[in-house]
Ligand binder design. Structure first.
Ligand SMILES: [Zn+2]
Length: 233
């Protein structure tokens, strides 16, 4: 009976470890939620920066074009001043009018783009403020999670050390059977009989094994579900 008692004590220790591991796993969604909220703002900022860069590029291009066309107007003005005939004067004036119209159109486009750049800069500044506020708000929550994690880690270290001690009392062969079943992700490895059936899967135990089991000393493997069964006296 002392093998069984040692094995059940080992299982108790493992169940305590399992509870701690579950508490640790339960912290993950909280961290994921914090990360998701922060990432949403970061994504918005990236989109804003990309749009801003594109608009700034257009703005720079237009500014160059306007400078180029203003130079052309100045050259046309110089030509106009130098013309000798009426026909030349008319041609130069027409050329200059056309250049002025082009520049006027470009300036109006530049005005629109400049306003858009200002809007995007304001949007990005707002997002930067959002991110700072989010991070400040989350600092408390992340601190709480970190504290909780550290405390669970501490409890786990103690629980594992206790488990190692308890395991020494279980005979090596039995312990390795138990560990094998447990590593197959089963939480309850050692299960009491329920009447004459396995307490985990309810499969009746074979006739020829009943006597040995009911005498109260045997620890038998359930061939149906793989747990270790014992008869609770
Ligand atoms: Zn079973």
């Amino acid at each position: 009976m002392s093998d069984l008692r040692a094995l059940l004590a080992l299982q108790d220790d493992d169940l305590a470890i399992h509870v701690l591991e579950q508490r640790l796993a339960a912290l993950e969604p909280r961290i994921r939620e914090l990360d998701t909220r922060r990432q949403r703002i970061v994504d918005t900022m990236e989109r804003q920066s990309t749009a801003l860069q594109a608009e700034e590029k257009k703005q720079a291009f237009l500014r160059d074009k306007i400078a180029e066309h203003r130079e052309l107007i100045a050259r046309n003005q110089a030509q106009l001043d130098a013309v000798k005939t009426m026909r030349q004067a008319t041609a130069a004036a027409a050329q200059m009018d056309q250049a002025k119209r082009i520049v006027a159109g470009e300036e109006s486009d530049l005005h629109v783009i400049t306003r858009r750049v200002e809007e995007l800069r304001a949007g990005r500044a707002a997002s930067t403020a959002d991110l700072e506020a989010c991070e400040a708000e989350q600092a408390t929550a992340r601190g709480e999670v970190a504290t909780e994690r550290a405390s669970i880690d501490g409890e786990l270290a103690v629980a594992r050390a206790t488990r190692d001690e308890t395991a020494k009392a279980v005979p090596a062969g039995l312990r390795s059977r138990y560990d094998r079943i447990r590593n197959a992700k089963r939480v309850h490895v050692v299960v009491a009989l329920n009447a004459l059936a396995c307490g985990a899967c309810d499969t009746a135990i074979p006739m020829q094994r009943r006597h040995a089991m009911m005498s109260g000393t045997a620890i038998e493997l359930c061939e149906a579900c793989g747990v270790l069964m014992y008869h609770a006296v």
